[in-house]
Design a protein around this ligand. Structure first.
Ligand SMILES: Nc1ncnc2c1ncn2[C@@H]1O[C@H](COP(=O)(O)OP(=O)(O)OP(=O)(O)O)[C@@H](O)[C@H]1O
Ligand SMILES: C[C@H](N)[C@H](N)CCCCCC(=O)O
Ligand SMILES: [Mg+2]
Length: 241
């Protein structure tokens, strides 16, 4: 199933920008793309959320958002405080599976890092990825502190039988410092997964046409949507179909 789950080492690491880059690369390769933001927090009803931001920058993708809560918090906390129903992992998996029947590629963006809770039972994006048997892309920052966070995320994925498909650096500085430069060699080692690209800092603010032209060059070819199950070593049939 053509679902790629996009998580990160935390919030504000560039998941949305990376999602847009992957979407743009897939669109440029002639593929149809859907972007599912599992739960959007910290955005008012009249504001564009992450999925809309991807569409703005990357181009014509189908967008979906399962719930929106105004406070900038973890979805479970924001839902509880708003007195609203949370989003459960099986709902994320079902929505992604449905979109996958109609698109060549479905990108599922979480909220914050991998273990951020979606519901009061402690359900997370990792649970949704597991239900989908989907590969998980890990977005990481460039600099010091990244190795530990990335290894923790990759280990957690593996402990759940999930596959860290690779790492993408969400915001690569124009003048990378020593730690950022060293991370290029060390990240694949600590994560046990390839570095599949890096998005230059500031590119989220590029004119969309320029972003779309450049995006395929920031990513390894397999992230343009031409990847298949084998490339991402998917091990099991999807459970929600
Ligand atoms: N490569 C980039 N170019 C431009 N801006 C960036 C880039 N990476 C991150 N940013 C900026 O940093 C902030 C966080 O990025 P982004 O929204 O992609 O993070 P996120 O990981 O998706 O966070 P969330 O957990 O809220 O979904 C945003 O304001 C975004 O505009
Ligand atoms: C509001 C923010 N931008 C994200 N959407 C939610 C991030 C939740 C992080 C929770 C945590 O890890 O402490
Ligand atoms: Mg985001």
């Amino acid at each position: 199933m053509p679902v790629l789950v996009i998580t990160g080492t935390g919030t504000e690491v560039g998941k949305t920008v990376v999602t847009a880059a992957v979407a743009a690369a897939a669109l440029a390769a002639g593929r149809s793309v859907a972007v599912l933001k599992a739960a959007q927090t910290g955005v008012r009803p009249d504001e564009p959320g992450d999925a809309a931001e991807v569409a703005r920058i990357a181009g014509p993708v189908t967008t979906a958002e399962l719930a929106r809560y105004p406070e900038p918090l973890a979805p479970a906390t924001a839902a509880r405080r708003a007195g609203r129903a949370p989003v459960h992992p099986h709902e994320v998996a079902e929505a992604a599976a449905k979109l996958a029947t109609e698109h060549d590629l479905v990108l599922v963006e979480g909220a914050g890092g991998l273990l951020v809770r979606f519901d009061a039972a402690g359900g997370t994006l990792a649970d949704a990825a597991r239900l989908l048997s989907a590969p998980v892309l890990v977005v990481a920052p460039a600099g010091l502190g990244t190795l530990n966070m990335t290894e923790l995320t990759a280990r957690e994925l593996r402990s759940r039988g999930l596959d860290p498909a690779g790492i993408v650096i969400g915001s690569w500085p124009a003048a990378p410092d020593l730690a950022a430069r060293c991370n290029l060699a060390d990240l694949p080692d600590v994560a046990g997964a390839p570095l599949l690209g890096s998005v230059p800092a500031g590119s989220g603010a590029l004119p969309p046409a320029e972003f779309r032209r450049a995006a395929p060059h920031w990513l390894a070819p397999r992230l343009d949507g031409s990847w298949d199950a084998e490339a991402f070593r998917m091990r099991e049939a999807p459970r929600v179909l």
